[in-house]
Design a protein around this ligand. Structure first.
Ligand code: PTJ
Length: 249
């Protein structure tokens, strides 16, 4: 991150910083070939949203944190884009929840797994956090997924009851839901298959959603689960907020 020269007062500072993080990760071999395309799609939705955390996204983040706190075996899943954009905050959230973080990628190659794991372990050391980082020795598979992307850890994803999967693809999200897990997705596109299929979807930019959860975790010991929470109503509210933001321009 050291050679990032943009001034924090620049109106597009946050966006430039995220792009820079992706460039650094690309050089380290952490990213999938389509990582930039996925990011660009996210940026476009964020622009429509007004690049802010909406009330429905804040409500979803609160419920997501409450559910992860109440889970017996929560786990945080990390792919290439997530490691690039928000490694430190994913580690901080895993630390706050006292749960493992598992590297689980769609376009799986040994080289990418190694690059992502070594980056996360470097950051873990630098932050001085005692977080279990899984992914290096998968001993189980996610039922319903074919190929190397199904590989996971028994003590992590396989036996988890609640899982945070930011920027997830639709197939994996569907497979995790089919396993009976509570699946929390962070996705700026409220229309994506993952956003629709998840148990809770936070329609917000990854780093903002994590910031919201970390601030809540710091302020409140254990959050209350809202039993009346309505996933589809929250998604609809997210879409409506996007349309209002577009009309307001
Ligand atoms: O590292 P891998 O191999 O697991 O691959 C990771 C990507 C992201 C390339 C892969 O999972 C993929 O292709 O994802 P999709 O199907 O393009 O879905 C990514 C979703 O995340 C899209 O709906 C984007 O709008 C959304 N998105 C992208 N960047 C952000 C985001 N949502 C929140 N915050 C972001 N920064």
């Amino acid at each position: 991150m050291d050679d990032f020269a943009a001034d924090p007062s620049h109106p597009r500072y946050a966006s430039l910083l995220m792009r820079h993080r992706l460039e650094v990760a690309e050089k380290r071999g952490m990213l999938a070939g389509s990582a930039m395309i996925a990011h660009g799609r996210g940026e476009a939705f964020d622009y429509l949203l007004g690049e802010r955390t909406t009330p429905s996204a804040a409500a979803a983040s609160r419920q997501a944190l409450a559910v992860l706190q109440a889970a017996k075996r929560p786990v945080l899943s990390v792919n290439g884009n997530v490691a690039a954009l928000a490694c430190d905050d994913m580690l901080r959230l895993a630390d706050a929840l006292q749960c493992p973080l598992e590297v689980n990628i769609f376009y799986r190659t040994p080289e990418r797994m190694e690059a992502i794991l070594s980056y996360i372990n470097e950051r873990k050391e630098a932050l001085g956090l005692d977080v279990t980082v899984l992914g290096d020795a998968p001993d189980a598979t996610i039922p319903g997924l074919k190929g190397p992307r199904a590989a996971c850890h028994r003590e992590g994803i396989l036996e988890s009851d609640a899982i945070l999967v930011p920027l997830e693809d639709g197939d994996r999200c569907q497979a995790l839901v089919a396993m009976g897990k509570t699946v929390v997705v962070i996705d700026l596109n409220p229309l994506s298959r993952s956003a629709q299929q998840a148990s809770i979807t936070i329609v917000d930019e990854l780093s903002r959603a994590l910031k919201t959860m970390l601030e809540l975790a710091e302020k409140e010991d254990r959050l209350h689960i809202d039993e009346t929470y309505d996933h589809h109503a929250i998604l609809q509210a997210g879409l409506a907020e996007m349309l209002r933001a577009m009309n307001g321009r």
